[in-house]
Design a protein around this ligand. Sequence first.
Ligand code: DLL
Length: 435
Amino acid sequence: MEKYWNPEIECMSREDMKKLQDERLVAQVKHVYDNVKYYRDLMDKKGVKPEDIKDTEDLHKLPFLSKADLRDAYPYGLLAKPLSDCVRIHSTSGTTGKRVVAFYTQNDIDMWDNCVARAITAAGGTKDDVCQIAYGFGLFTGGAGLNGGSHKVGCLTVPMSSGNTDRQITFMQDLGATILCCTPSYAAYIGETVHEMGLTPDDLKLKAGIFGAEPWTEEMRRSIEKSLGLKAYDIYGLTETSGPGVAFECSEQTGMHINEDNFIPEIIDPETGEVLPEGEVGELVFTSITKEAFPLLRYRTRDLCVLSRKKCSCGRTLIKMAKPMGRSDDMMIIRGVNVFPSQIETVLIEQGYSPNYIIEVDRVNNSDTLDISVEMNPEQFSDKVKDMQKQERALADAMKLMIGINPKVHLVSPKSITRSEGKAVRVIDKRKLHD
Ligand code: DLL
């Protein structure tokens, strides 16, 4: 029997949840209109008043907020509470333009911890667990978010942060960690290092992993589950909406339950902004209905995914989002064809390769090129050039079936691609340098 952190919310009837959302949305719109000039101007421009928003059916009347708005309003322009009521900031890891800074009151932190506690509980975590947190600590929300949730559940919390992989594993062994929290690419790296240290999953006590912050495929999930001997759960969130814990996976492992009492999701057509019906792929938009200091209404995440209200065997009634396929801006258009890095990862792992790869896109003589460097496992390595070329061709053929275009595959020697301890960077689009 699945345990819940907040059973009354997580298993609430649809009607009751809608009522709760209606009330919270109306109050939140008023709070934002009264306190955030930037958003009040957007509403005025669209001719919408707080009184026009009577329930969640009116949500579509509100203007969107985008990352560009957050940059425009940097740093204090979207703050809805006096700074003296705020107790913390976090910030995105964005490398271009201004960073986004998100503010939290103590109530915001409590709400966030509560969301993450639900995720840890859904992964089987209790006060008897030892929870090792190998997400980065600092401005990134991963470390702090899982740390807060783990405390709330009462796990013995090990705030390792990322990196120092050998020590990470020694600690895991010595303290008998039962839950590991980090990015999936770092989990894969830890799994590989466990093996290299001459250990097997039996030498560890891990039972669950809570992995998120970047897109990862089902094939990657199975590979990590095997290398670390645990059940891998997905967790989703973004700095703008507080951090990890906006949505979390349960034992069914078929998508993540969204904490709808705090975040109302919509799926929109990224081109037209039109709301799409359930089951269609589009851009995920969130309205936070309980956040005090940084309450974003209709925030466009740029993440592409699908929502589903299909009944879940875990008993939770919270709507589910599928694994995001990546951001709309991660999608590569190569020779007119839409290609996602996740499609390439799927083929690689299916064909027995490691998830260590680099995708390079360029434009030569007005034609797009796609080069994929893939690391071999030691047993795949051959010193016969012909054998290697045959393997490269076979992999390129499998890729073509999946993505519809022919890439150039380069098999590279084991360990030659840098491992990630946080969010992996796997795509280099050189076309952007020429533009
Ligand atoms: O990555 C928050 C987080 C920390 C989530 C730890 C889960 C675990 P940001 O750095 O602001 O926040 O990046 C947010 O990361 O819009 C997605 O594109 C991507 N992302 C987050 N979780 C997932 C996931 C944190 N489970 C951006 N699957 C989001 C796919 C994810 N993509």
